[in-house]
Design a protein around this ligand. Structure first.
Ligand code: TRP
Ligand code: ZN
Length: 886
């Protein structure tokens, strides 16, 4: 907890470190009621930092200093200064060795940062600034060191002792304790340090690299989970192969380990050679994990593995550069997933997520550039902007230079900066030099926050056979940035004829036409492109594949959108046309609801959905994506003032109408898909994901009919499915239905059957927390009393409280403010237990700007109450104070 107001840290104040740490020798003696950490640091003055011998200031928090020595000379209290977060020593030579011993308390660490215990095992989480809670150190990513780690613990309770790199020695101490020493030959910053001690089993495999080196692969889990590792292992091998083929990157140690832990603040962590994972991102088998969970495991395993190059071999100079590794690595894992499954479906999912959540962040009080220029608490900057928008920025670079140019740039980047801690500018420079281009203006994507808007209008000159597209870009003000300079916006587009065929594209001044799509770069506030030799007025297909993270508007008619839905040769834009049509239709209904009129659904939406459902040749995942209307959170994001009740009423009305009008088609699709599921084994691959997703969305529509045969089908699926995807979807449909008896029975039997599987119980909590039927808050409060719930486990907090506040917009935004009060209470409690989780949980309250005056006042009042609740962590303080200032 802070004792004074946290300070802002600025990128412009960056200075190279005064000292370097060539070698780090750590010894951990792990006990049940404390841990002793001895650190020997072989240090020297940084030649790049100037002359003289300034004081050495080591970071350290919540450490009990037991002894300190400089070059073997014991120091006493007068020889150093100690405060809350630093240890200051005056060296007298340019090279020296510091020895420190500290006592720490992992057994009572609920913040899950530094060294802590989870389900009886010891583990670490050091990114971003957690290593300073383990020992005194220069805890910054541009200080890289060679680590040797020895751990000792009671052999019976902790038979497995792991750290980064290779095992080089081990033995027993005779008193029931044993030890192991690990050596990591690669220089790394402290945030990549890891250790694990526990009673774990492992699944083993191996991978032969492109240079015929054998790498041992091990996934460590609690014994009862040993049957849920195969999918993660398969994903790991696919990732290793993919990074060799697509980026030419080979793995570099003899062993690669993954450890699954139950209590973890985020998804996973890329510690060198010893990735530590939230168990939710490792464990998966058909009976207990959904299709979505299988895909998440594959993506996170890939993400952390890819960090070995984009993050570890080439790391960040400072934490303002976080997107250097995160944006790039998200881009890499997204492309991997696209190659493993359906490229179009992956893009649709990612864009829907970005537009709903990152756009909201970019429009709120915590808006910041992809490379922030100031922060109070770095943990608050592991954001959708740094990760997802950062990935979009890398994607735009690839769009601008092409796949081959991008590979040349990444080869130059990895080759030139291997073993270094670098900046986003270094990444850009490699891309520029490898391709002979200038990205100066493009770099505004790294420094300007906010979502750019691009208004497009058209004019066709029949006499000249020319077609002009006029672009106007603007970007709303964000905190600290009133004015924005124009971005470089790559717009991939095609022009379609009346049959939907792509017309040849020839810009005025060009000699020849290009067949198919092309990319134009909008670089000015206003800019026009004129296409010639067009005998008829074309229909534009704009921003294909979502070629830039912007809000594009073009005055399409609904008939044009219906045409694009069927004929656009770009799959992403077919979906996008359907989304725009749905948004227009839903906005009509929202307006009708607000004016107190009877709701009337535009039949064109029904017709469009009917056409999709009737066509057996379409990708079922695409049909499912199109049938899922834009979510309430997205409809909120695109409203200037979100009307919670009207949005909900409009969407539910549209769903009911669709369900009635399309009942027969939905019922046929449901039955034939369920029949395939019933008669074949579960497979975690794209076409099977697709079949189940259409089956499950069909079921959710069908159930709105209230018909007995649908209820029977739903119960059959719930009881007989051999996989969690179908079982959970049926449960969710029941939970949202009015069949109280069946609902209660299903919830009870599910919990009884899965009570010992915490990840499945998370799903059980989430399904109920997200249910918009009246009484949501009371149900959530009751569920908090359930024996499987605890505030100490982040997965549980996310599953119940996070799902309620983030997905149940009806329940959370109850007009009496009870949802806000509840969330603030939980944040206040969690602030003391786990500041990172408390701060993340707060996000829905920071979105007050989207709502009408009454809700705004209530939300701000709760933020005020958090602020006044006592000593706040820097994490919570930063988010609350910025939200109230906005
Ligand atoms: N680097 C991790 C990733 O791959 C992020 C991460 C894991 C993290 N655990 C954390 C960040 C704890 C902050 C705090 O995305
Ligand atoms: Zn990452």
């Amino acid at each position: 907890m802070r004792t004074e107001q946290p300070k802002m840290i600025y990128l412009k104040d960056y200075q190279v470190p005064d000292y370097l740490i060539d070698e780090t020798h750590l010894t951990f003696e792990l006990f049940d009621d404390h841990t002793l950490v001895h650190a020997q640091l072989v240090m020297r003055r940084n030649p790049a930092a100037g002359s003289g011998l300034p004081p050495l200031v080591l970071d350290g928090q919540q450490l009990e200093l037991l002894s300190l020595a400089l070059d073997d000379r014991a120091l006493s209290a007068g020889d150093y200064q100690l405060d809350d977060s630093h240890l200051t020593v005056q060296p007298s030579t340019a090279s020296f060795v510091i020895d420190s011993s500290v006592r720490i308390h992992p057994e009572s660490n609920t913040a899950l940062e530094g060294l802590y215990k989870s389900s009886g095992m010891f583990c670490t989480q050091c990114e971003a600034e957690g290593f300073r809670k383990i020992t005194y150190y220069l805890d910054r990513p541009d200080v890289m060191s060679k680590f040797t780690t020895t751990l000792s613990a009671a052999q019976h309770d902790y038979p497995v002792l792991l750290s980064n790199g290779n095992p080089i020695a081990s033995g027993s101490e005779g008193d029931g304790r044993h030890w192991a020493t690990w050596e990591d030959p690669f220089m790394k910053p402290a945030y990549l340090f890891a250790l694990v001690a526990g009673d774990l089993w492992c699944v083993e495999d191996s991978f032969t690299t492109m240079n015929q080196r054998d790498v041992a692969l091990r996934i460590y889990v609690e014994p009862e989970n040993i049957d849920k590792c195969q999918h993660a292992m398969d994903s790991l091998k696919k990732s290793m192969k993919w990074d060799e083929e697509v980026y030419g990157r080979e793995y570099d140690l003899d062993i690669f380990m993954i450890v699954a832990v139950n209590d973890f603040n985020m998804g996973a962590m890329e510690n060198k050679g010893l990735n530590i994972f939230n168990s939710s991102c490792v464990l998966a088998k058909a009976e207990t994990a959904t299709d979505a969970a299988h895909q998440r495991v594959e993506a996170v395993v890939a993400h952390e593995y890819f960090h070995n190059w984009s993050g570890n071999r080439v790391t960040c100079r400072d934490w303002f550069q976080l997107s250097l590794k995160e944006g790039f690595t998200v881009f890499r894992d997204a492309e991997f997933s696209a190659d493993m499954h359906s490229r179009t479906v992956k893009r649709i999912e990612d864009v829907a997520y970005l537009r709903t959540h990152q756009f909201a962040e970019d429009a709120g009080p915590m808006a910041h550039p992809v490379r922030p220029d100031a922060f109070m608490e770095i943990s608050n900057f592991y954001t959708l902007t740094v990760y997802e928008k950062g990935s979009e920025v890398v994607r735009m670079i690839r769009t601008l230079v092409g796949a081959e140019g991008f590979r040349k740039g990444s080869d130059l980047y990895f080759g030139r900066h291997d073993g270094q801690a670098v900046t986003c500018d270094d990444f850009i420079r490699a891309m520029e030099e490898a391709n002979g281009i200038d990205l100066t203006q493009f770099k505004r994507w790294y420094s300007q926050a906010g979502t750019p808007r691009l208004e497009v209008s058209e004019s066709y000159d029949a006499a000249a056979n020319s077609y002009r597209l006029q672009f106007r870009q603007s970007c709303p003000a964000t905190p600290e940035q009133a004015q924005k300079q124009p971005f470089v916006i790559p717009v991939e587009l095609a022009l379609l004829d009346a049959q939907g065929m792509e017309l040849p594209l020839q810009l005025v001044g060009e000699d020849t036409a290009v067949q198919g799509a092309r990319v134009v770069q909008v670089t000015e506030a206003e800019q026009a492109f004129t296409f010639i030799n067009l005998a008829e007025k074309p229909l534009p297909s704009l921003l294909r594949g979502f070629s830039a993270p912007i809000k594009l508007s073009f005055p399409y008619s609904r008939d044009q959108l219906m045409f694009l839905m069927q004929h656009d040769s770009d799959g992403f834009n077919r979906w996008e046309a359907g989304q725009q049509l749905s948004v227009q239709v839903l906005q009509d209904l929202i307006g009708q609801h607000q004016r107190g009129e009877a709701l009337v659904l535009d039949q064109r939406l029904v017709d469009a959905c009917r056409t999709l459902l009737a066509d057996d040749s379409l990708d079922q995942a695409m049909v499912a994506e199109m049938l899922s209307l834009p979510g309430e959170a997205y409809l909120t994001e695109i409203s200037s003032v979100a009307d919670v009740e009207a949005i909900h009423a409009a969407r539910e009305f549209a769903r009911k109408q669709l369900s009635q009008a399309l009942f027969d088609l939905l019922w046929q699709r449901y039955q034939s898909n369920r029949e395939v599921s019933r008669t074949s084994a579960y497979v975690a691959e794209a076409e099977h994901f697709a079949r189940r997703s259409l089956q499950n969305i069909a079921l959710s529509y069908l159930m709105l009919s209230g018909k007995a045969e649908v209820l029977a089908a739903c119960l059959e699926q719930f009881e007989d499915a051999d996989n969690m995807t179908e079982r959970l979807a049926a449960l969710a449909v029941l939970v949202n239905s009015p069949f109280e008896v069946e609902k209660a029975a299903a919830l009870t039997s599910f919990a009884e059957f899965f009570k010992d599987n915490p990840l499945v119980m998370d799903q059980w909590f989430s399904v109920q927390a997200a249910c918009a039927l009246p009484g949501a808050l009371q149900r959530v409060e009751q569920l908090m009393q359930h024996p499987a719930f605890t505030l100490k486990n982040p997965n549980k907090v996310r599953a119940l409280i996070g799902a309620f506040a983030g997905q149940n917009l009806q329940g959370f935004h109850q007009a009496d403010g009870s949802g806000y009060r509840f969330l603030a209470d939980q944040v206040i409690t969690l602030n003391a237990l786990n500041p990172q989780i408390a701060s993340r949980l707060l996000a829905p309250l920071t979105r007050w700007g989207k709502y009408g005056p009454a809700r705004q006042a209530q939300m701000k009042c709760e933020l005020q109450r958090i602020l006044a609740s006592g000593e706040l962590s820097s994490d919570v303080y930063e988010v609350v104070s910025k939200s109230l200032a906005g």
